[in-house]
Design a protein around this ligand. Structure first.
Ligand SMILES: C[S@@+](CC[C@H](N)C(=O)[O-])C[C@H]1O[C@@H](n2cnc3c(N)ncnc32)[C@H](O)[C@@H]1O
Length: 245
């Protein structure tokens, strides 16, 4: 991550060694795992208004585009097939690429795939706010972005020091308090996102949100399990911090 605007950090721009483009194969894998499900949803659930001559896709949290382009292409091709199967004329496609203002949109626009069958527009800004006109988006997509919270959840001083100073492992009750604080913040942020998209989406449109999660069986009161990405991240950050000392 590099620069920060309005409280948000954006991903490393450009296409050099430390860029997001060169360091996001994990996120690419998440999209690839979801591709077949999204194609199936478009084929079976997308309602096509016969009067509409255009189709608008919005990618919320697109970064510099490396993973967004294949996703947008797959969605466009699936929507084309859906129109063909209903004997409807192929619409004009528009893709709105959204990310925070400090995102490297120059890299995104200079690497747009040649021969793409959509027009592209940048929509910079916080996706927890209204960004697009009412009833304008037919397909809302977001991958690996919605877990970014608007702020660290409000917590007691003691809790804060446990969270941020690191060293000690959290005990049962404290872990649950941290879990609840972050869950509450995530719920508020997700609700704000959904309320905005509810205004912006057309009736019968589709929303595909790819979000990291934990198994339903996960119990925050118990020790973090070996599969917890959060725990892996926490211990990596602590190791890094120790190296800095
Ligand atoms: C891990 S990247 C994911 C990029 C891409 N979707 C992918 O799958 O590779 C998360 C992106 O979400 C963006 N983001 C985070 N919070 C945001 C917000 N409130 N509004 C708009 N974009 C946001 C970040 O700037 C970042 O580019």
């Amino acid at each position: 991550m590099d620069s920060k605007d309005n409280g948000y950090y954006s991903m490393n721009g450009g296409d050099e060694y430390h860029s997001y483009v060169k360091n996001s194969t994990y996120q690419r894998g998440i999209w690839e795992a979801a591709t077949a499900i999204i194609e199936e949803e478009i084929a079976t659930k997308l309602e096509i208004p016969t009067s509409s001559k255009h189709f608008c896709i919005a990618d919320f949290g697109c970064s510099t585009g490396g993973n967004s382009f294949p996703a947008m292409n797959t969605i466009v091709e699936a929507v084309k097939r859906r129109h063909e199967s209903s004997n409807l004329k192929t619409p004009e496609f528009y893709v709105c690429f959204n990310d925070v203002v400090s995102n490297d949109f120059n890299t995104l626009f200079s690497s747009l795939p040649p021969g793409r069958s959509y027009e592209a527009a940048a929509v910079p800004g916080d996706f927890h706010r209204r960004l697009l006109p009412p009833s304008s988006v037919h397909f809302a997509y977001s991958s690996c972005s919605l877990h970014w919270l608007t702020e660290a959840p409000e917590a007691t001083e003691g809790l804060k020091s446990l969270v941020w100073s690191g060293g000690e492992r959290l005990r049962g009750g404290e872990k649950e308090e941290v879990y609840k604080a972050y869950l509450g913040q995530f719920e508020r942020d997700l609700e704000a996102f959904l309320q905005c998209r509810a205004v912006e989406m057309v009736d019968g449109g589709i929303m595909a949100l790819l979000i990291a999660g934990v198994p339903a069986s996960w119990d925050p009161q118990k020790e973090f399990t070996g599969v917890s990405v959060a725990e892996l991240l926490r211990s990596s950050l602590l190791d890094l911090a120790k190296k800095e000392d």
